[in-house]
Design a protein around this ligand. Structure first.
Ligand code: PLP
Length: 347
């Protein structure tokens, strides 16, 4: 089955007469005893499992849902012992860098940072590190790693490759099939797709890793909300069509931005629906962000609505140029988006 079809048919109730087409919201903490399902935090609910089934099918692994993308990342990295050696991209989501910094401070982790496109160094690190953590494209500079080459290269016994697939989504990149061990997602972004929920997931290649993730969810309790899981599943149904429109808009806007005299540099990897670009300085960016009327001056990304923000406002982003805007390109008409940017640049 093609991913575009699975996004729609996966994680549905059995096709029996009278069954609803959508898995219902099951707002349960506990269940009548007599089966293996006792308590939602220790097992699951049907609502979480619907999301896990559709996402797991798209990624080709076993999905475990969490309360946020950060909860999923923490569940994966929380498995690292004292003194572990972790390699992350030099540009990556600042929350993940924050977990790594806390691990270095509190648990003696050795953390190294490697530029995402430096394939040779990533491959070399596979022979030394305990965890090699890729994020591709990276947030917010949109650097790209050769995920296939890194996943396929020889590694030390026990080294795990984790890929944050939030920006690419399983429709553009399936790291587990390339040899990664775990994929993580901020489902808050493209999977949910409507800026109305916080949720995350980790998708394991094998059953043993899935058990570790479920144990982490049980112990640390970062369970998804019922409504969030329902909405995230509903979001995945339209991911293929939303992404198609977002990418077409992003390709067009990247080309026009490239030719605009106010724009000093465009960073667009050629795929995905996020475009980063640079204006002269922070002040120019703030003026443009205050002038937009169709696009939202807001953080986050992956929704049907286009958003943009100056990334240098966020702490821990010292490597980000002052004038860098990260724009999440939504599904509006591209001419309306372009007209909005043009008038904002002229403000
Ligand atoms: N990974 C990436 C690439 C992200 O961009 C984010 C959030 O922006 C996260 C993880 C964390 O996800 P959440 O905000 O859902 O906790």
């Amino acid at each position: 089955m093609k991913p575009e079809t699975w996004a729609i048919v996966g994680g549905r109730p059995d096709r029996v007469p009278g069954a609803p087409l959508n898995t219902p919201l099951v707002p349960a903490s506990n269940f009548v005893l007599g089966t293996e399902r006792l308590y939602s935090r220790t097992e699951a609910t049907d609502t979480w499992e619907a999301f896990e089934a559709v996402l797991g099918g798209l990624e080709g692994g076993h999905a475990v849902s969490f309360s946020s993308g950060m909860a999923a990342c923490s569940a994966v990295l929380g498995q690292l012992p004292t003194g572990a050696h972790l390699v992350i991209p030099d540009d990556c989501y600042q929350g993940v860098a924050g977990i790594a910094e806390a691990g270095a401070r509190d648990h003696g982790w050795r953390v190294e940072r490697v530029p995402a496109p430096d394939t040779d160094t990533w491959i070399a690190k596979l022979l030394e590190a305990d965890v090699v953590w890729l994020e591709s494209p990276t947030n917010p500079l949109l650097d790209v790693s050769d995920v296939a080459a890194v996943c396929a290269a020889p590694r030390k016994d026990g080294t795990r490759v984790i890929v944050d697939n939030t920006f690419a989504t399983p429709l553009l990149q399936q790291p587990l099939a390339l040899g990664a061990d775990v994929v993580v997602h901020s489902a808050t972004k493209f999977l949910g797709g409507h800026a109305d929920l916080l949720m995350g997931a980790a998708v394991a290649k094998d059953e043993a890793q899935r058990e570790l993730l479920i144990t982490a969810r049980k112990l640390y309790g970062a369970t998804p909300g019922t409504l969030e899981a329902f909405l995230a599943t509903r979001g995945v149904r339209t991911l293929p069509v939303r992404l198609k429109t977002g990418i077409a808009n992003a390709v067009e806007l990247a080309a026009r931005l490239e030719a605009h005299p106010a724009v000093q540099r465009v960073r667009y990897p050629g795929f995905g629906a996020v475009v980063s670009f640079e204006l002269a300085d922070a002040e120019t960016v703030d003026r443009a962000c205050a002038a937009i009327k169709v696009i939202w001056n807001a953080t986050s990304l992956g929704g049907v609505e286009s958003t943009m923000e100056r990334r240098s406002v966020h702490p821990g982003q010292e490597h980000i140029p002052d004038g860098l805007i990260r724009m999440s390109v939504g599904c509006e008409d591209v001419e309306d988006l372009w007209a909005d940017l043009e008038q904002a640049f002229a403000a």
